[in-house]
Write a protein that binds this ligand. Sequence first.
Ligand code: G6P
Length: 619
Amino acid sequence: MCGIVGYIGPRQAADVLLSGLARLEYRGYDSAGIVVNGEQPDLEVRKTEGKLANLRQLLADRPVQGKSGIGHTRWATHGPPNEVNAHPHLDCSGKIVVVHNGIIENFAQLRTQLVSSGHRFVSDTDSEVIAHLIEHYLHHVADQDRPSERDFLQAVTQTIMRLEGAYALAIMHRDFPDMLVAARKDSPLIIGHGVGENIIASDIPAVLEYTHEVVVLHDGELALVHADDLEVFNLSLERLEPELMDIEWDLADTEKGEYEDFMLKEIYEQPRALRDTLRGRMADDGTLQLSELAMSDDEIRELRHVYLIACGTSYHAGRIAKILIERWAQLSVDVVASSEFRYGSPLIDEHTLIVAITQSGETTDTMAGVTEAHLKRARVIGITNVLGSRITREADGILYTVAGPEIGVAATKTFTTQIAAVTVLALKLAQVRGTLPQAEIEALFAELSRVPDLVERVLADTDAIVAAAALFEGVDSSLFLGRGIGVPVAMEGALKLKEISYIHAEAYPAGEMKHGPIALITSRVPVVAVATSSATHEKVLSNVAETQARDARVLLVGTQGDQKLAALADHVIYVPEVSELLSPIVSVVPLQLLAYHVTKARGCNPDMPRNLAKSVTVE
Ligand code: G6P
C-alpha cells in the first residue's frame, strides 16, 4: 500500500528510484513521483498521475541529475489520485520534502494548527502535514538559514512524536544533499546497505539489484542515511545497533523472465515453492520439525482453542487450516477475518493459540489482531513469507513459507505454500497431542511431499483450462461451489476471478446454494464446482445438477479417471488423485490459471488489478 524508495550514492538517483519503484509498483499504482537533489543543490520534483510508465515518460522528457533522491508509488487514501496529491510533498520553503506510506490519523487537526500559523497546503493528502510540521520544528530548533544535520534530525523526531497512525517515511532537505532520513511505525521499511551507497525501500525486491545486505528498521526508529554510512536512532536520538540481515532471494526471482506476467510466473513456480516450504519438516524418526513455533510439547497438549486470523487469500488458507486442525488435532478452531477479530469479543486465555496468517507479514488488520491477542495473554504464531517483516518481530513463534518474492497482486504461490505450512502445523499438533496414529501422520506427510509433483502435472497440460475460460466471455457474474474442504478452494477461485478479471464471482457451500443463490442462476451465470473425490462428491454433483436444470453452464474441477463427469458439465478440468484433505493445493491451481486466462482474454492486467494493493497497511 504505497511504495517508497530513497537513494544516496554514486549513481544517478533517478535511475535507481525508477527501478526501485518498478519493483514496488505492486504496492500501489495510482500516481508516482520522485525528487532528486541536484548539483546546485536544488530539489527537482517530477510527479504524474497514473502508472509508473507516465513518470518514466516525464523523466525522459525532463530528466533530472543528482546523486540523492526519494520516490513514491501511491495507493490513494486521502485525496484523489491526481498529480497534486502524488508524492513527494514539500513544505512552504520548498526545502523539505517527504514521501510517506501509511495514514496519519490526526492529520486534520495538525493541518488546522499549521494553517493557522501560516502554512500553505497544496494537496488533499494527510502526508503533506509531515513536511510542514518538520518545517515548523526546524524553525524552533535552529537558525532557519543555517540548520545543521543534527537540527534537522531533531525536527524530524519532534514531528514524528506528533504523528498518530502509521508511517514509513523517507525525507530530504535541500541543503543536505548528502543525507536522507528514514523512519517508520506500523508500515514496512528497510534499508539496503551497499558499498558506498544506501537504498531505502518499502520492500526487499527494490534493493536486490544493489545489495543483499539489509537493515530492518523497527517501529519508533529512525535512520540517518549517508552514502557510506548508516546510523539508527530511537526517538530520544540515542544511537542503536542496526540489525543487519542477509537476504537470500535472487534478483531473478523479482523479474518476469520468459513469462508475460508475474502472476503466470508465480503460478508456475509453485512446485518449487512447495518443495522448499516442506523441505526438512520431517526427521528420519518421523518427528515433525517445527521448532520455530517455540512451544513446548506440554504447552501444545494444554491448548484448548485455536483462533486463525487472516485477510483475503490468507483467510482462505485459514479456512483450510481449521478443517485440518479440527480433524487431526481434535482442537476446536475459529477462523476470523482479522478486521473482525479485533473489534469482536474473542474468548482468549493462556490456553488459546492464535495463528496469524499473512504472506506480507505487514497487514495492519492482522497485526492489530496480534496485538489484541497479546494483551489477552494468548500465544501467537505467525505464518509469513517475508523475513524480517513486522509479524516476525511481534509473534511468539514464526513459520516461514518459502515461496520467494511474490510480485503479482493476486496471491498464488504464497497461498499454496501457506496451505502446505498449515498442513504441517496441523499434523504437528496432532502428533504432540497423540490424536492421530504415527503411521497415519507419516503417510499423510509422505503424500503431502508428493503434492508438488502433482501440481507439476496440472501445469504441464493446461489446454482444458484455457478452453474453459471461454465460458466467461461476455459474462458479468458467476458462482463457485464446493463442499467441505472444497468450500475454501471455491472461495479462493472466486476471489482470484473477481479481483483480476472484474467479473463478479460468489463462492458458496454447494448445499447452501438452494437457500438463496440459486435464484441468480441463468445461462449467463456460469457455475464452477470443485468436484474432486471426497466424502460428499455425489452431493456436490447433485447440487450441480440443480444449477443445470436452471440452464447454468458448468465447469467442474474433477479427479482424473472420474469418467462420469464429462457427461455432467460443459467443461471438466481433471487434476491428479489425492486424499481429500490434501486436495486444496492441487484443485486451486487450475482455478488460479482460469482466472488468469479469463483476465487476459478481457484485456486486463492480472498483475495490477484496479483499486487493489498487495500489502494493505491501512485499516
Ligand atoms: C491484500 C492482497 C491480497 C492478500 C491480502 C492479505 O488484500 O491484495 O492478495 O491476500 O491483502 O495479505 P497478507 O499479506 O496479510 O497475506
